[in-house]
Design a protein around this ligand. Structure first.
Ligand SMILES: [Zn+2]
Ligand SMILES: [Zn+2]
Length: 198
């Protein structure tokens, strides 16, 4: 299991005390994780099952949008993707936070992200730019049985190293539009997949 160093814990405690003294709520969830918390909680309440576990099962069953996988993680171009080569990386089974990972799972997610980064670089034969972020259960001290750890990749390139997608025009004024389907994007990534890394 990953553990914080005592110095890191002390810095977090000092920050929390400073926020409390200033009357600021130190536990603030930004908009997107808040919406994900609500959606996962509602799905768990309604179905007694984890939303992202169910989604991983669906992707494995269809096997159309998987672009990297190993014993612990599955990377897919999700069917709702807006960016051309957007990818969702999910742990195969529910675990709320990076802090709960075993050493082998840390190695597995490293292998999965590395495989995906290689695929990206191979698509247009250039170092592929992207935003990458992890989403995990809130650290507010409450249990979050609904939360399933995952990562999002948002790369901007569309048709070449120079032609990128811009979220402008109708996408700012109406709604986001897809330029290529998630299945075509997944096929492109699968075609340049390096050998599997566990
Ligand atoms: Zn799950
Ligand atoms: Zn997320």
């Amino acid at each position: 299991m990953i553990e914080f160093l005592p110095e890191q814990v002390e810095v977090l405690r000092q920050l929390q005390r400073a926020c409390q003294d200033a009357g600021v709520d130190a536990v603030v969830l930004p908009e997107i994780p808040t919406r994900e918390t609500d959606a996962q909680r509602e799905y768990l309440r309604a179905h007694r099952k984890c939303l992202l576990c169910e989604y991983c099962s669906l992707e494995e069953e269809q096997n159309l949008r998987i672009v990297a996988e190993n014993a612990s993680f599955l990377a897919v171009v999700p069917y709702w993707a807006i960016w051309p080569f957007e990818v969702l990386v999910c742990r195969r089974h529910r675990l709320g936070s990076l802090l709960e990972f075993t050493e082998s799972e840390v190695a597995h997610i490293g292998g999965n992200l590395k495989q995906l980064a290689s695929e990206y670089d191979n698509v247009f034969d250039v170092p592929f730019p992207y935003s990458l972020g992890f989403h995990q259960s809130p650290s507010d001290g409450s249990p979050h049985a609904e939360w399933h750890f995952h990562a999002h990749f948002y790369p901007p390139l569309l048709r070449s190293a120079r032609v990128r997608k811009f979220m402008v025009g109708f996408e700012r004024l109406g709604n986001a539009q897809r330029d290529i389907t998630p299945e075509i994007a997944a096929q492109r990534l699968r075609e340049v997949m390096p050998t599997r890394s566990d």
